[in-house]
Design a protein around this ligand. Structure first.
Ligand code: AMP
Length: 126
Protein backbone atom coordinates (compact mmCIF):
# COMPACT_ATOMS: atom_id res chain seq x y z
CA UNK A 1 0.00 0.00 0.00
CA UNK A 2 1.14 3.56 -0.74
CA UNK A 3 2.03 5.62 2.33
CA UNK A 4 -0.07 8.71 2.90
CA UNK A 5 1.24 12.11 1.81
CA UNK A 6 -0.09 14.24 4.70
CA UNK A 7 0.19 17.41 2.63
CA UNK A 8 -2.45 16.23 0.11
CA UNK A 9 -6.10 17.32 0.36
CA UNK A 10 -8.62 14.99 2.00
CA UNK A 11 -9.84 12.16 -0.26
CA UNK A 12 -13.46 11.39 0.61
CA UNK A 13 -13.18 8.00 -1.12
CA UNK A 14 -10.68 6.67 1.46
CA UNK A 15 -11.68 3.45 3.21
CA UNK A 16 -12.33 5.05 6.60
CA UNK A 17 -14.52 7.76 5.04
CA UNK A 18 -16.60 4.93 3.58
CA UNK A 19 -16.80 3.21 6.97
CA UNK A 20 -17.88 6.50 8.60
CA UNK A 21 -20.64 6.90 5.99
CA UNK A 22 -21.78 3.31 6.59
CA UNK A 23 -20.84 2.24 3.05
CA UNK A 24 -18.41 -0.41 4.31
CA UNK A 25 -18.82 -2.70 7.33
CA UNK A 26 -16.85 -2.53 10.56
CA UNK A 27 -17.08 -3.85 14.09
CA UNK A 28 -18.15 -0.71 15.90
CA UNK A 29 -16.88 -0.12 19.43
CA UNK A 30 -18.05 3.43 20.16
CA UNK A 31 -19.56 6.54 18.64
CA UNK A 32 -20.54 10.02 19.71
CA UNK A 33 -20.87 13.45 18.07
CA UNK A 34 -17.10 13.76 17.57
CA UNK A 35 -15.64 10.30 17.23
CA UNK A 36 -16.27 6.86 15.77
CA UNK A 37 -14.32 3.75 16.80
CA UNK A 38 -14.08 0.20 15.49
CA UNK A 39 -11.84 -2.86 15.73
CA UNK A 40 -8.72 -2.94 13.58
CA UNK A 41 -9.10 -5.63 10.91
CA UNK A 42 -5.51 -6.81 11.47
CA UNK A 43 -5.00 -6.50 15.25
CA UNK A 44 -1.46 -6.06 16.57
CA UNK A 45 -2.50 -6.65 20.20
CA UNK A 46 -5.41 -8.36 22.03
CA UNK A 47 -7.13 -4.96 22.09
CA UNK A 48 -6.63 -2.91 18.93
CA UNK A 49 -9.19 -0.19 18.32
CA UNK A 50 -9.12 2.61 15.77
CA UNK A 51 -10.63 5.94 16.83
CA UNK A 52 -11.52 8.46 14.12
CA UNK A 53 -12.77 12.02 14.30
CA UNK A 54 -16.03 12.41 12.36
CA UNK A 55 -14.62 15.40 10.48
CA UNK A 56 -12.60 15.12 7.25
CA UNK A 57 -8.96 15.29 8.38
CA UNK A 58 -6.05 13.58 6.64
CA UNK A 59 -3.84 13.26 9.69
CA UNK A 60 -3.01 14.58 13.14
CA UNK A 61 -1.17 17.42 11.42
CA UNK A 62 -4.27 18.45 9.47
CA UNK A 63 -6.51 18.00 12.54
CA UNK A 64 -4.28 20.00 14.88
CA UNK A 65 -4.19 22.83 12.34
CA UNK A 66 -7.83 23.02 11.22
CA UNK A 67 -10.11 21.36 13.77
CA UNK A 68 -12.16 23.48 16.17
CA UNK A 69 -11.45 23.40 19.89
CA UNK A 70 -14.73 21.50 20.32
CA UNK A 71 -13.74 18.84 17.80
CA UNK A 72 -10.31 18.41 19.39
CA UNK A 73 -11.73 18.16 22.89
CA UNK A 74 -14.44 15.72 21.78
CA UNK A 75 -11.99 13.48 19.94
CA UNK A 76 -9.40 13.41 22.72
CA UNK A 77 -12.07 12.70 25.33
CA UNK A 78 -13.49 9.86 23.22
CA UNK A 79 -10.08 8.16 23.11
CA UNK A 80 -9.84 8.34 26.90
CA UNK A 81 -13.41 7.11 27.37
CA UNK A 82 -12.92 4.10 25.09
CA UNK A 83 -9.68 3.04 26.79
CA UNK A 84 -11.30 3.45 30.23
CA UNK A 85 -14.41 1.49 29.18
CA UNK A 86 -12.16 -1.33 27.92
CA UNK A 87 -10.40 -1.52 31.30
CA UNK A 88 -7.07 -0.51 29.80
CA UNK A 89 -6.06 2.27 32.18
CA UNK A 90 -4.85 0.07 35.03
CA UNK A 91 -2.82 -2.40 32.90
CA UNK A 92 -1.80 0.37 30.53
CA UNK A 93 -2.14 0.89 26.82
CA UNK A 94 -0.64 2.81 23.93
CA UNK A 95 -2.33 5.47 21.78
CA UNK A 96 -0.61 5.92 18.43
CA UNK A 97 -1.24 8.25 15.52
CA UNK A 98 0.79 7.65 12.38
CA UNK A 99 1.41 10.76 10.29
CA UNK A 100 2.90 10.52 6.82
CA UNK A 101 5.39 8.23 5.06
CA UNK A 102 8.03 7.67 7.78
CA UNK A 103 5.31 6.63 10.24
CA UNK A 104 3.77 4.09 7.86
CA UNK A 105 0.38 5.83 7.75
CA UNK A 106 -1.70 4.01 5.14
CA UNK A 107 -5.22 5.38 5.50
CA UNK A 108 -5.59 9.13 4.86
CA UNK A 109 -8.24 9.83 7.52
CA UNK A 110 -6.86 10.62 10.98
CA UNK A 111 -7.10 7.63 13.29
CA UNK A 112 -5.61 6.91 16.69
CA UNK A 113 -4.76 3.29 17.39
CA UNK A 114 -5.55 2.16 20.94
CA UNK A 115 -3.47 -0.96 21.61
CA UNK A 116 -3.34 -2.98 24.80
CA UNK A 117 -4.12 -6.24 26.52
CA UNK A 118 -0.49 -7.39 26.77
CA UNK A 119 2.92 -5.81 27.44
CA UNK A 120 3.64 -3.88 24.26
CA UNK A 121 7.43 -3.84 24.25
CA UNK A 122 9.58 -1.12 22.77
CA UNK A 123 7.72 1.91 21.52
CA UNK A 124 9.81 2.13 18.35
CA UNK A 125 11.50 -0.97 16.88
CA UNK A 126 15.26 -0.72 16.41
P1 AMP B 1 -2.12 3.26 9.62
O1 AMP B 1 -0.91 2.53 9.14
O2 AMP B 1 -1.88 4.05 10.87
O3 AMP B 1 -2.75 4.11 8.51
O4 AMP B 1 -3.17 2.16 10.04
C1 AMP B 1 -4.20 1.69 9.26
C2 AMP B 1 -4.86 0.57 10.02
O5 AMP B 1 -6.14 0.36 9.44
C3 AMP B 1 -4.12 -0.76 9.97
O6 AMP B 1 -3.83 -1.17 11.32
C4 AMP B 1 -5.10 -1.71 9.28
O7 AMP B 1 -5.08 -3.01 9.81
C5 AMP B 1 -6.43 -1.01 9.53
N1 AMP B 1 -7.48 -1.27 8.54
C6 AMP B 1 -7.39 -1.16 7.20
N2 AMP B 1 -8.58 -1.42 6.63
C7 AMP B 1 -9.45 -1.67 7.65
C8 AMP B 1 -10.82 -2.01 7.70
N3 AMP B 1 -11.58 -2.13 6.60
N4 AMP B 1 -11.39 -2.20 8.93
C9 AMP B 1 -10.65 -2.09 10.04
N5 AMP B 1 -9.35 -1.78 10.05
C10 AMP B 1 -8.74 -1.58 8.87
Amino acid sequence: MTPVDPTQPYDDQNIFAKILRGELPCTKVYEDDWAFAFLDINPQAPEHILVLPRGAYVSWDDFSMRASAEEIAGFVRAIGTIARDKGLVEPGYRAIANIGPDSGQIVPHLHVHICGGRPLGRMIPE
